[in-house]
Design a protein around this ligand. Structure first.
Ligand SMILES: [Cu+2]
Length: 92
């Protein structure tokens, strides 16, 4: 079993969280889904022979375009320091 961390855009309330949980849970191989609304992330545990692409496709289809939030990316972002606002901020 592996865990894939996703950054999910477009979640604004509890029912968005339910939508995201539902669409991710429906993907083959998924065993556990944990969605964090305030962080805009989802952690998915299970077996993913084809990687995260089916997860991303399911969320895209439901209106929540997502990207992989790998540990590498997270640690690189942390290395830039707090207050970095992502793609559009001054660090890029
Ligand atoms: Cu909502």
């Amino acid at each position: 079993m592996e865990a894939i961390h996703l950054k999910v855009t477009g979640m604004s309330c509890g029912s968005c969280v339910k939508h995201v949980e539902k669409s991710l849970s429906a993907v083959a191989g998924v065993q556990k889904v944990v969605v964090d609304l305030s962080a805009g992330t989802a952690s998915v545990s299970g077996d993913f022979p084809s990687g995260a692409s089916s997860l991303l496709a399911a969320l895209e289809a439901d209106g929540y375009p997502s990207t992989i939030d790998s540990a590498d990316v997270a640690s690189k972002e942390r290395a830039k320091g707090d207050g970095c606002g992502g793609q559009s901020c001054c660090c890029h």
